[in-house]
Design a protein around this ligand. Structure first.
Ligand SMILES: O=C(O)C(=O)C[C@]1(C(=O)O)C=C[C@@H](O)C=C1
Length: 361
């Protein structure tokens, strides 16, 4: 018992464990190098990043985890380990909706690890273009927020693009109020992206009712403007404050404590089933009575669980719509295969945007 709380003895135990962990990590890294050789032997154009395998590893670790580390911490640690192993197979570069300090950057690092190479670009369209042109293999774009709803621009991009959805990232969004000084109650302007202003609507009504709310292209842009304006505050991610020399004067000001944004990983890759997947579909119906019914009937008849439906105007013909659907399961699962065959008989366009592992938090 005396030994249990002996600092020196515990540290010696930690040193011994670290020695083992280090040896095991390097053994794992050697396995990853072997995996790379095995993949190349099978196919010289093999893809090294395998979202389905990563999801399976993370799910298995969560099931095995007996604590005291929380599942979220275990997942974070293993994501970093996998990312470091993947870096031995291939050096990756990910385009994301920048600039530095956006929530999309945070989502990118959460999913691909803190050391991944990144290319911040200034629009969702540009993320698509960078991946399409092959300048990066993958891109990360926001697609929906639990408070503010869909990011229509991302959905619209899929109408012209042939890129696939390879993965999703779910990020808890904490909004912070930041400025150059502490007197935030007296400012007359609040800069932020429209989504963030919307997510903090009631907080702003209560605490800064007279300040003008000014939507800008990103929260990072808001922080950049506020760095040169003592009469303004910005809303944004914790990471943005030090980048732009601001102080966080209020944290977690989002109205909904479960405020979460979902991001998509886009690329050219068709992802194999992980066992816990989602499939995103783009469907355009013929403009006729009952078209929405014909769209939903095949899903219901095959027991396919639809988790989301969004409609967007087609932009070519008035009152014609594209529907974006998310369903549970993988394109290769029989119920989805059957539903797709029925849909294709009726709809003008049916495209599978991708099947990918459901985000692991
Ligand atoms: O299993 C693989 O295919 C690997 O490349 C190994 C590994 C890992 O470190 O576990 C690395 C990257 C992949 O995205 C998935 C898993």
């Amino acid at each position: 018992m005396a030994d249990t709380f002996n600092l020196q003895a515990i540290r010696e135990r930690i040193d011994a464990l670290d020695t083992q962990i280090l040896a095991l990590l390097n053994e794992r890294a050697q396995c990853a190098e072997q995996v790379a050789h095995a993949k190349l032997a099978e196919d010289p154009n093999a893809t090294f990043y395998r979202p389905e395998r990563e999801a399976q590893i993370l799910m298995r670790m969560q099931l095995l985890n007996a604590g005291p580390l929380r599942n979220e911490q275990v997942t974070h640690l293993f994501r970093e380990i996998i990312a470091s192993c993947l870096a031995l197979e291939e050096s990756m570069k990910i385009a994301y909706l920048g600039p530095a300090g956006t929530f999309t950057q945070e989502a990118t690092y959460k999913h691909f690890g803190m050391n991944v190479g990144t290319l911040p670009v200034d629009s969702i369209a540009q993320v698509f273009r960078e991946v399409e042109a092959g300048r990066v293999r993958y891109g990360v774009v926001p697609v929906e927020n639990s408070t503010e709803g869909v990011i229509a621009h991302t959905l619209d991009m899929f109408v012209q693009s042939t890129l696939q959805v390879c993965g999703e990232i779910s990020l808890r969004i904490h909004q912070n109020l930041m400025c150059v000084h502490q007197d935030w109650q007296t400012v007359t302007k609040v800069y932020a992206h429209a989504q963030s202003l919307g997510q903090c609507r009631y907080w702003l009504d209560k605490h800064l009712p007279h300040a003008q709310r000014i939507p800008v292209s990103s929260n990072a842009e808001a922080a950049r403007l506020v760095a040169a304006d003592t009469d303004a505050v910005a809303i944004g991610s914790r990471q943005a404050a030090p980048i732009y020399g601001l102080q966080i004067v209020q944290d977690s000001i989002e109205d909904n404590p479960n405020n979460t944004t979902r991001f998509l990983v886009i690329g050219n890759q068709v992802v194999a089933p992980s066992g816990n997947d989602r499939t995103s579909l783009l469907i355009s119906t013929r403009n006729q009575p009952g078209s929405l019914y014909h769209l939903l009937k095949p899903l219901a008849e095959n027991g396919v669980d639809m988790t989301r439906i969004e409609s967007r105007p087609s932009r070519t013909t008035n009152w014609e719509y594209f529907f974006f659907l998310d369903v549970r399961g993988h394109e290769q699962d029989a119920p989805i295969r059957n539903a797709l065959a029925m849909l294709r008989a009726n709809a003008a366009v049916v495209r599978v945007l991708g099947s990918y592992p459901i985000a692991i938090v």
